[in-house]
Design a protein around this ligand. Structure first.
Ligand SMILES: C=C(O[C@H]1C=CC=C(C(=O)O)[C@@H]1O)C(=O)O
Length: 437
């Protein structure tokens, strides 16, 4: 049995639902367990990996479907108050009992649920320190399980559009550009997405995809929660000990070969159309975060973030929190940012519903984890796909910010570049999947 030495969170001001379980958590330091993704075995297991470090969660100690980020924040706050935690690593950020979650982009326009999962066992590693946390009703001690065996992957994969095909997407981009340029319209930017369904010869497995994504896109946050798997470059909100950080991306150029990188980076940072897209995204995040901060740093100009497939204009917005705000509470204020929705928000949401012809599900919604102190990391679920319940297929998504100067053919090409990570992880050549040889 794991001795209970201290509790995880003060329960002041939390209304405790008696239906919530009482849980005991025990954290122990361990030797390096190797590749964390090797431990993923079941579809309910969760993962959060960057540069080889991170977290995997196995089994389910508690799970809830919630209607909103705020409902999720309340549920976790109440459950946290019922978790007793003993730990060999007191004070270490993100170490201990956690909830992992994935939220729908627009709860009002989707058949998808939003979910929070508290795993029974968390295996973590950060900066050379590894640990195990067990969470259960009886407070048993954590034990490192055997690594799960590798599968053969999905085999031959067939890809088809869901909703709009490339020509339909280009047509809707053209219509949006006309609307945005109409002097009577309040619309300034709309992020329009498209989707592909990839069907495997064998089941599509999160672990297979996550391992390939984590190795090909190490600087991105590779995630898996409830069938949503991807490698996102965009951090909606990271909360650590009173500091809030958001990595805002908008404005994209496709990479070709390394000899072109400098010219491409110059072209991107000098592109008026991309800078306009980016400014809307930064303003939406900075304005939403400001009321919760006593001080903020909003960069005057973006830097160029280089990924294997694309370059993005990027800004790291930081703030010192003016109170104890949880990462999920802040995610609820920031989502949907103009990086995935548009400006102004309500008009952009309505335009998305009208022009996109797609249920986004959890694509472009927050995905991440939260600890019992309210700290955590919530990325925007981009460069991702949702595995079907029967694992026979995965739906892949990509979107682009449309402004008055956008060109339909260039936006189609940009969605193709953004689909490349998931297609590559599935072993499909993006050219073949998109009807180009
Ligand atoms: C909406 C997506 O990307 C966003 C993040 C970075 C750059 C973007 C852009 O340049 O349009 C998008 O705002 C996506 O990947 O599906």
């Amino acid at each position: 049995m794991c001795p209970i030495a201290r509790t995880g969170l003060s329960s002041s001001s939390v209304t405790v639902d008696p239906a919530l379980p009482r849980l005991r958590a025990c954290t122990v330091a361990i030797d390096d367990p190797g590749d964390l993704l090797d431990y993923l075995a079941e579809a309910s297991d969760v993962a959060w990996i960057r540069r080889g470090d991170g977290l995997v969660g196995l089994g389910v100690a508690a799970r809830v479907d919630v209607a909103s980020l705020d409902d999720g924040a309340e549920w976790w706050k109440a459950l946290s108050a019922r978790i007793e935690h003993s730990t060999e690593l007191p004070g270490a950020w993100g170490v201990g009992p956690l909830a992992f979650g994935s939220f729908a982009f627009d709860a009002g326009h989707t058949a998808s649920t939003s979910v929070l999962i508290v795993p029974e066992l968390i295996i973590g590693r950060r900066s050379g320190q590894s640990w195990l946390t067990a969470i259960s009703a009886d407070g048993h001690s954590p034990v490192l399980p055997a690594k799960a065996p590798d599968s053969d992957g999905p085999g031959r994969v067939e890809v088809r559009p869901v909703g709009l095909d490339a020509a339909g997407y280009a047509r809707e981009v053209g219509r949006l550009v006309e609307r945005i340029n109409d002097p009577d319209s309040e619309l300034a930017k709309v992020v329009l997405a498209r989707a592909l369904r990839a069907m495997g010869e064998r089941p599509v497995e999160a672990r297979w995809l996550a391992k390939r994504l984590a190795s090909a896109y190490p600087s991105c946050w590779t995630f898996h929660v409830d069938g949503l798997v991807g490698a996102s470059p965009e951090m909606l909100i990271r909360a650590e000990g009173g500091l809030a950080t958001s990595r805002v991306l908008a404005g994209t150029i496709r990479r070709s070969d390394a000899s072109q990188d400098e010219a491409l980076a110059d072209a991107l940072s000098g592109s008026g159309k991309d800078l306009e897209e980016h400014e809307f995204a930064v303003a939406s995040v900075a304005n939403a975060l400001r009321p919760f901060c006593s001080g903020m740093n909003v960069p005057d100009a973006p830097f160029v973030l280089q990924l294997p497939n694309v370059m993005h204009l990027a800004s790291d917005v930081t703030g010192v929190m003016a109170g104890a705000f949880s990462a999920l509470h802040l995610a609820g204020r920031l989502h949907p940012s103009a990086a995935v929705c548009g400006t102004p928000t309500a008009a952009a949401l309505a335009a998305i519903a009208e022009h996109e012809h797609l249920d986004r599900g959890r694509y472009a919604g927050p995905v991440g984890w939260i600890d019992t102190h309210g700290d955590g990391e919530w990325a925007i679920a981009l460069r991702c796909g949702q595995i079907a319940q029967d694992a026979a297929s995965i739906t892949l998504y990509a979107g682009c910010g449309i402004v008055g100067r956008s060109r339909p053919d260039a936006e189609v090409a940009e969605t193709e570049a953004k689909l490349a990570p998931m297609l590559g992880a599935l072993g499909v050549s993006p050219g073949a999947a998109l009807g180009r040889s």
